[in-house]
Design a protein around this ligand. Sequence first.
Ligand SMILES: C[S@@+](CC[C@H](N)C(=O)[O-])C[C@H]1O[C@@H](n2cnc3c(N)ncnc32)[C@H](O)[C@@H]1O
Length: 245
Amino acid sequence: MAAGHGNPAPPESVAAIFDRIAPVYDLMNTVMTAGIDRRWRAAAVAAAGAEEGMSILDVACGTGTLTRALARRVGPGGAVTGVDRSEPMLARARRARRRSDAAAPSYLTADALALPFAGGRFDVVTMAFGLRNMPDYAAALAEMTRVVRPDGRVVILEIAEPRRGLGRLLFMSWFRHVIPVLGRIAGRDAAYRYLPASLATYPEPEAIAGFMRGVGLQHIRWRRLAIGMATLHVAIAPPAGEVAG
Ligand SMILES: C[S@@+](CC[C@H](N)C(=O)[O-])C[C@H]1O[C@@H](n2cnc3c(N)ncnc32)[C@H](O)[C@@H]1O
């Protein structure tokens, strides 16, 4: 897997892809991962250390699945905000919010590379399956780090290629051959050809940890989930008085 500094696809074409897949996104996730994505998001919520009353930002929130899970944790005394650049994805998140009886997240259209928030505003900042799509991984991480409070947490969940063995073989055939066919069935074939391509250029977890270190994050830990099909990175923002690098 080649290590790059960002997704090489033009940001406008990435944006168009997510606008186009919004109506089938949640269903495709469930079908593509056999529902395991729910467990990965639960692991991200646990890693976030979300507690009653916290203020959390979920960047590249899409249809808001993780955002709602975080909102359930922080309760009515807390506040969860989801931001995404895709209006069609956010429209679905807002609709789901109306159906849920949990503390309602608020949603905002924003670019992950230019978050419309003052520094140090959130206790926790999360991103699920978003970093792989960013044109500059370090810049996205730097923005997340800027808006989290000193000693706050940054959590990154992302899909990954299993490293070896039968798991890798099965995953790669599924990813390269079955997913594009599922995409064609869903009428979104170009979009679901993008998915394996975006993973092929996404750096190894050690390199992502390196980008996190580079923007000043500390105590960086990461682990592979489910035979390595996803990775979960957790880091702590520098304490007050220490400037993020
Ligand atoms: C694979 S989806 C993940 C959605 C959601 N976090 C989840 O767990 O299902 C990636 C999301 O990143 C968003 N995205 C991509 N580039 C972005 C950017 N520069 N700023 C904000 N959102 C972006 C897309 O619109 C899309 O909703």
